[in-house]
Ligand binder design. Structure first.
Ligand SMILES: Cc1cc2nc3c(=O)[nH]c(=O)nc-3n(C[C@H](O)[C@H](O)[C@H](O)COP(=O)(O)OP(=O)(O)OC[C@H]3O[C@@H](n4cnc5c(N)ncnc54)[C@H](O)[C@@H]3O)c2cc1C
Length: 439
């Protein structure tokens, strides 16, 4: 009971794990006025990552796949800020926020860690400095902007000699994020290049680098080979059994010694758990917090963890569950129940879930999917991808907005507007004439 005799539940991170925990706690504790629930997140929205590549490829408007957290929660408090530290012995967390960042300390009785993962560049030369990433909404907007800026730059007469790096995109990583991203980028660039009279499709070079023998290894070799064939038919150059070993501003070096001139490298080939967890005095495996089947951190009563930052054991196999959204959101529901049971003296339940399926959209209304062990490919898999993920996107308003974008996409070509952050010139930048408010 941290303040006014009220129980404080603090949830760190508003991704799939944190938001679904908060939403279920709200329901379970609807009639518990003695409990405060506080959700802390860096951004004031919840990002629906499965559709992120559609923002990068200009298929969807940038705000249609995010939901304001304040519209998702009705009873819980929301704190927009950066988590700076987690102090388990003193049961508090440090958070900073504001135009002039300043600290706050939030005490807790129960702490839920749902801080997700970050991109891992494996210390490869130049990667962190020059590569783009694909994890946040900002990342997708950045990629979209870069693609459009490169088309504009390459189309000018004076860029003729330097066109190759501008018109070459390299995506590293043949997992879900990498394949969906390159498929979207390929469609976007091939469609958009028609609006640039000085450019043509033949000048585009879209390369996927994958360290394994077949892309999309999670879906098995058959679907991986299908995806590879389809992407290759559409002009994607797929380099398997190859790694990126270094990146400069205008060039990518590969493990076979070759180089590719490119000023746009998207890195999707590695993640690691949130670094805030590293100093915590509890068991970790490869940086992920080891929790029990109830998602409790065993050494610290009242501390819970889920999602990409936790290692939740599957009681059927003893192996950890994979770090996916479909697991994180279901873990949130069970965690909320177990946390409530702990407070109210009820029975906790282990988290038990079998992966329902995995799907990837690979562009041009085709996809690959494995659902309940059955393989699907082509249009049907793409249709399943859209139907299933649309049903999972929170809130009717956003579902309708995405449906409208997809419908309009059947008639109109992709948007080419560059989202610059430039302001209109102000008086201090005008070098002639004097400011006057007379009309
Ligand atoms: C491009 C992409 C596509 C994907 N597609 C799929 C898919 O199709 N299907 C699927 O099942 N999974 C997919 N995933 C994986 C899925 O997104 C993750 O498994 C899921 O988001 C994990 O949920 P989480 O709550 O653990 O972490 P996250 O959703 O990453 O949430 C962590 C939250 O913590 C916040 N945070 C982190 N550090 C701080 C800090 N210091 N201060 C404040 N806030 C902080 C972050 O801003 C974020 O909101 C995809 C991932 C990506 C990147």
């Amino acid at each position: 009971m941290k303040s006014n005799g009220r129980t404080q539940i603090v949830i760190l991170g508003a991704g799939f794990g944190g938001v679904y925990t908060a939403m279920h706690l709200e329901k379970l504790l609807a009639h518990a006025p003695d409990v405060d629930i506080t959700l802390v997140n860096r951004e004031n929205f919840f990002l629906f990552t499965p559709m992120l590549h559609e923002v990068a490829a200009s298929d969807l408007d940038i705000t249609h796949i995010v939901n304001p957290i304040r519209k998702l929660l009705h009873r819980a408090n929301f704190f927009e800020g950066d988590v700076e530290y987690i102090d388990l012995p003193n049961q508090c967390v440090g958070v900073s926020h504001g135009y002039e960042p300043h600290p706050h300390e939030l005490p807790y009785d129960h702490l839920v860690l749902a801080l997700g993962s970050i991109t891992n560049f494996f210390n490869l030369p130049g990667l962190e400095e020059h590569a783009l990433t694909m994890k946040s909404l900002g990342d997708a907007i950045h990629i979209r902007n870069r693609l459009i800026a490169n088309l504009e730059e390459a189309s000018s007469e004076c860029a003729v000699q330097g066109r190759a790096p501008l018109l070459t995109v390299v995506v590293a990583g043949g997992g879900f994020a990498g394949v969906e991203t390159i498929a979207g980028i390929n469609d976007f660039l091939r469609e958009s290049v028609k609006f640039y009279p000085n450019l043509s499709e033949e000048l585009l070079r879209i390369v996927l680098i994958h360290p394994g023998a077949v892309i999309l290894p999670e879906l098995g070799p058959k679907l991986g080979a299908y995806a590879q064939k389809k992407l290759a038919q559409r002009g994607v150059d797929i380099r398997t059994n190859t790694r990126v070993t270094g990146v400069t501003e205008h060039e990518v070096t590969l493990s076979d010694g070759s180089t590719i001139p490119s000023s746009t490298v998207v890195w999707t080939a590695g993640t690691s758990p949130n670094p805030l967890l590293a100093p915590l005095p509890c068991a970790k495996e490869r940086g992920r917090l080891v929790v029990n089947e109830y998602m409790e951190v065993p050494e610290w009563p009242g501390v819970w963890a889920l999602g990409d930052c936790a290692l939740v054991p599957d009681p059927k196999t003893g192996m950890p569950y994979p770090p996916t959204a479909q697991h994180a959101l279901r873990e949130g529901k069970v965690l909320a129940r177990n946390l409530t049971a702990t407070m109210r003296g009820g029975q906790k339940k282990p988290f038990v879930f079998s992966t329902l399926g995995q799907l990837a959209a690979i562009g041009k209304r085709t996809g690959v999917a494995n659902i309940l062990g059955v393989n699907f490919s082509g249009f049907i898999a793409w249709w399943l991808w859209r139907t299933i993920y649309l049903s999972k996107l929170p809130r009717l308003e956003k579902k309708l907005r995405v449906m409208m974008d997809w419908t309009l996409d059947l008639v109109f070509s992709k948007d080419l507007v560059q989202l610059t952050t430039l302001h209109a010139p102000t008086v201090s930048h005008v070098d002639h004439g004097e400011y006057s408010n007379h009309m």
